[in-house]
Write a protein that binds this ligand. Structure first.
Ligand code: HEM
Length: 486
């Protein structure tokens, strides 16, 4: 007799979206609009080579891949064939202009060279440390301390976003928007920046590009708001560029510390160039670390054993100078990597194929096809992480040496493209880890972070350009008492 036991394997015919002539998989795409990330992840998990082609309206195709060989092909070996392309750059142009984040080819290469040079200086690293520590000790910790004494509920995500925004503005152009402080006039800059980033990313969701272009032409709806926000951001940036140029002209021996001063004093004094590159840096460095840290604190709450191990590591390093300690926090580093495996701040990233091509797994790519690599799905592939992929386990990233000390065991950047990979890999990766580890050490050393959510609460992921937690993360903070407290 036939077995009635249901199969647990996903059935391809139900998982893969049906495609019809002309309309492609329109209905499946429409009905999965609000959970597109999870939907495409499920399809990739059940696809033999972790790649599939989604058919949009009128024969337009988009390839999704979670296959490391394909990722390496598009981000490294065939880098020049996979670019941002006009759809991406035109959506962000009003906001970002020709800044590094929004250009391809020669313009990108030039900005990349100039900025990687500046990023690799010891003095910039030192400056970043000072900025982060000042923001931590003068603003974040006092705020937590006040909240602990009067038991206020805080939105952790909102606070970390404001913290990261203050930091990146000070680093990028020496301006303090002071958004961790209550309603100073500068905070308007952060609001305008948020509006500009949010509405620009809404353009990607538009069914047809022409819809937002028409609204822009008539200056109505969201496009009207975008125009106002962008002009506020750009005006302030331009004003700062002018002031900095004047300062440098008056005093050429001025100690130039922030990125903008460095660009200007190394001969890149064109106003538009300087404004565009600074805005790109703020966008890149703004929501990414805060998104990573919000999910990280949530996972720590769900995994007290990991928090305990981090505290143990901090106790062992407590006699080291602060930034030496950060470099040595191997288990904390592993925990952050693990948290970003499950919740990558940039969950998907799309490129445009400039010419016909074939991916290493045999997928045919026609010129003009969008190719999306999917870090969110890649962190959820059994083939890459084993059958326990759904578990939060920092131990995947470490080994003990003979003396019992943790050693970090990294994964290659094509299996874990959370910071992208290849020539366009994130420029701020090291800076991001430094900032995140400082926050983790600074906060955990003194406070316990307790989400005030109901039992069984599962945070929802909301994707704009970065992966936010829907509705934020309400928390209370408790003072731990004297350190060391283990
Ligand atoms: C956890 C934190 C971060 C993550 C996960 C992250 C991830 C990424 C990713 C995926 C890209 C590629 C985007 C694309 O080209 O489509 C990127 C690019 C970039 N990131 Fe980050 N980033 C982080 C923090 C930062 C910080 C703090 C900065 C600081 C300034 C920064 C600066 C940049 C820049 C300038 C680029 C453009 C590089 C280029 O196009 O050549 N990032 N980042």
């Amino acid at each position: 007799s036939k077995s009635k036991k249901p199969s647990t394997a996903p059935c391809p015919s139900t998982v893969f979206p049906k495609s019809y002539p002309i309309i492609g998989s329109y209905f499946a795409i429409k009905s999965n609009r609000s959970n597109r990330l999870q939907w495409t992840t499920r399809i990739l998990q059940s696809s033999p080579s972790a790649t599939f082609t989604l058919h949009h309206l009128f024969g337009f195709r988009q390839i999704f891949t979670a296959n490391p060989a394909n990722v390496q092909h598009m981000l490294k070996t065939h880098f020049f064939n996979y670019q941002k392309g006009p759809h991406f750059t035109s959506s962000l142009f009003d906001f970002l202009g020709n800044g590094i984040f929004n250009v391809d080819g020669g313009s990108w290469k030039f900005q990349r060279q100039v900025s990687s040079h500046e990023f690799n200086t010891k003095s910039l690293r030192k400056f970043v440390q000072t900025v982060v520590d000042t923001e931590l000790h003068d603003r974040l910790i006092p705020m937590f301390s006040a909240a602990a004494s009067d038991q206020t509920v805080l939105d952790l995500q909102d606070i970390l976003q404001r913290f990261a925004f203050d930091n990146i503005c000070k680093i990028a152009f020496g301006f303090d928007p002071a958004c961790l402080l209550p309603s100073l006039p500068q905070a308007q800059f952060a609001e305008a920046f948020e509006d500009a980033a949010h509405i620009s990313s809404e353009r990607f969701r538009a069914f047809l590009t022409i819809t937002w272009k028409i609204k822009r032409f008539f200056n109505v709806g969201l496009e009207k708001r975008l125009k106002i926000a962008v002009s506020q951001v750009r005006e302030l940036a331009k004003k700062i560029v002018k002031e900095k140029k004047q300062e440098l002209a008056d005093n050429s021996s001025l100690e130039s510390v922030d990125l903008l001063s460095r660009f200007l004093s190394s001969g890149h004094s064109d106003e538009n160039f300087a404004t565009d590159i600074v805005i790109s840096f703020i966008l890149a460095g703004r929501d990414t670390t805060s998104a990573a840290l919000t999910w990280f604190f949530w996972l720590l709450y769900k995994h007290p054993e990991v928090e305990k191990e981090i505290l143990k590591e901090m106790k062992e390093k407590s006699n080291m100078p602060v930034f030496e300690e950060v470099k040595d926090m191997v288990y904390t580093h592993a925990s952050l990597c693990e948290s970003m495996r499950l919740y990558p701040p940039v969950p998907v990233d799309t490129k445009l194929a400039m010419e016909d091509d074939v991916l290493p797994d045999g997928t045919v790519v026609k010129k003009g096809t969008l190719v999306t690599y999917h870090p969110y799905a890649m962190g959820r592939m059994e083939k890459l992480w084993g059958s326990d992929w759904a578990e939060f386990k920092p131990e995947r990233w470490v080994e003990r040496d003979e003396a019992g000390k943790w050693i970090f065991v990294g994964r290659d950047s094509y299996t874990y493209p959370v910071f992208q990979a290849g020539p366009r890999i994130c420029l701020g990766k090291e800076m991001a880890f430094l900032q995140m580890k400082r926050v983790v050490a600074g906060v955990l050393r003194r406070f316990k972070v307790v989400p005030t959510v109901e039992d069984g609460f599962q945070p929802e992921l909301l994707v704009y350009l970065t992966s936010k937690m829907k509705g934020g993360l309400p928390i209370k903070v408790e003072e731990r008492g004297e350190f060391p407290y283990l």
